[in-house]
Design a protein around this ligand. Structure first.
Ligand SMILES: *Cc1c(COP(=O)(O)O)cnc(C)c1O
Length: 406
């Protein structure tokens, strides 16, 4: 269960203005300031009520299928040496990834606040699908803003959102991808906030989202800690998760922050270390403000968010949530990288040695755990398998082929 230190940490961070050390905050236009304040107030009064907590717990059990199991990856471990690797199976969460953990929380909050609609942007469409699922469950309207380029590229997710009853709103400004979709969603929200709430897709954005998403995702780390101790009688030596905006990782990490456990985030190194070749913002970025919060970000020569790339579309974000920037700055969590090639190799290893096809995002955590296992020589690693890889099959086969069996 919760340790006392863990509760103290959650109380202390973020502070009342949404800061984790110097990272976080809320840098907003006046219209959005009111809207965010409404969500913050509602979060403190509603999400802490025993009624809300009990209802969310019931939804997680009866609709999402929680708790998700922890699996000992025995054949993968044996293939590497003596280190034992375990996976927290968020791929078995309804809709196949961890994102539903915060979307159901946000949807339930919308319902308690008496809102009729939830609004968000989506890039690859994963967040849009999770949110459309929550909207259908709670009987809320759902507007998903999506760049025209992404709509073409992500046809299966667009279809899923529409089947679930969401409105997919095409954004045709600028490069017609995620950044423009964020701007359009915020613009709509500023106009409509009395009737709707905005639901961010990760542990980033202005306060209160990094805190709220962390708290909703912390179920991953709390469950995993309890399950791991039950299975092995002890804590893992290391915990690993992939970091895009940082929601599955902060959920996993938050269960272990006050334990004597090494914690590692795996960022996407893409195809190289130059700007535009990767999305490893904590490894190569500098301090700056974007999308309403202060964190570590990748910038172009003009100081704007840099173009980013990863084989895993869910990881290609030019910054990371402010809590990660803080945990890196105090040395509590180490952030390393895994490249496209390492991730695809891990994708096939896990598929063939364990019968689990991981999402390409999660494959970065697997790849990092494999590297770490070789360094550690003994002990145990618990990784967060954030999602399943069905969505990535066609892409991987087309671009990397199917390796021959050795
Ligand atoms: C979206 C996504 C991620 C990355 O998002 P975080 O907020 O960094 O967790 C990772 N894994 C899967 C399966 C995803 O869909």
């Amino acid at each position: 269960m919760y340790t006392k230190d863990f509760l103290t940490y959650l109380k202390k961070f973020p502070d009342e203005n949404g800061y984790f050390g110097k990272f976080g905050g809320a840098y907003l236009t006046p219209e959005l300031e009111n809207a965010m304040k409404e969500i913050t107030d509602a979060y403190w009064s509603i999400c802490k009520s025993s009624e809300f907590v009990a209802e969310l717990r019931r939804i997680r059990k009866e609709f999402q299928g929680r708790p998700t199991p922890v699996t000992h990856l025995k054949r993968l471990s044996d293939s590497l040496g003596n280190v034992q690797i375990y996976a927290k199976r968020e791929d078995l969460n309804h809709t196949g990834a961890h994102k539903l953990n915060h979307c159901m929380g946000e949807g339930l909050l919308a319902k308690y606040m008496g809102k009729k609609k939830i609004i968000a942007e989506t890039g690859a469409g994963q967040h849009g699908v999770a949110l459309a699922t929550a909207a259908a469950y709670f009987g809320l309207e759902c507007d998903i803003y999506m760049g025209a380029v992404d709509i073409k590229k992500q046809a299966p997710n667009v279809a899923r959102m529409k089947v679930l009853g969401a409105n997919v709103i095409e954004v045709t400004e600028g490069l017609q991808t995620l950044k423009e979709a964020v701007d359009a969603a915020f613009e709509a929200y500023a106009k409509e906030y009395k009737d709707c709430i905005y639901c961010i897709g990760t542990a980033a954005g202005p306060h209160p989202f990094p805190m709220m998403v962390r708290d909703f995702q912390s179920v991953v780390g709390i469950e995993a800690r309890e399950q791991f101790i039950e299975m092995t009688g002890e804590l893992p030596d290391a915990v690993v998760a992939c970091v895009g905006g940082g929601s599955n990782s902060i959920g996993m990490f938050s269960g272990f922050l006050s334990d004597p456990v090494e914690i590692y985030g795996a960022e996407p190194l893409g195809v190289g270390t130059k700007i535009g070749e990767h999305a490893a913002s904590l490894n190569y970025g500098t301090e700056g403000i974007m999308h309403g919060f202060n964190s570590i970000m990748l910038k172009d020569e003009n100081g704007n968010p840099a173009p980013v790339y990863s084989v895993a579309s869910g990881l290609d974000y030019p910054s990371s949530g402010p809590e990660h920037a803080y945990l890196q700055s105090i040395g509590r969590v180490k952030y390393g990288t895994a490249s496209d090639v390492e991730a695809v190799d891990a994708f096939y290893k896990l598929s063939r040695l364990e019968g689990i096809i991981p999402a390409l995002e999660s494959s970065h955590a697997v790849a990092y755990a494999i590297k770490l296992a070789k360094e550690m020589k003994k002990g145990s690693i618990l990784l967060c398998l954030s999602g399943r890889g069905d969505k990535d099959l066609d892409y991987v086969i087309e671009n990397y082929g199917i390796p021959s069996k050795k």
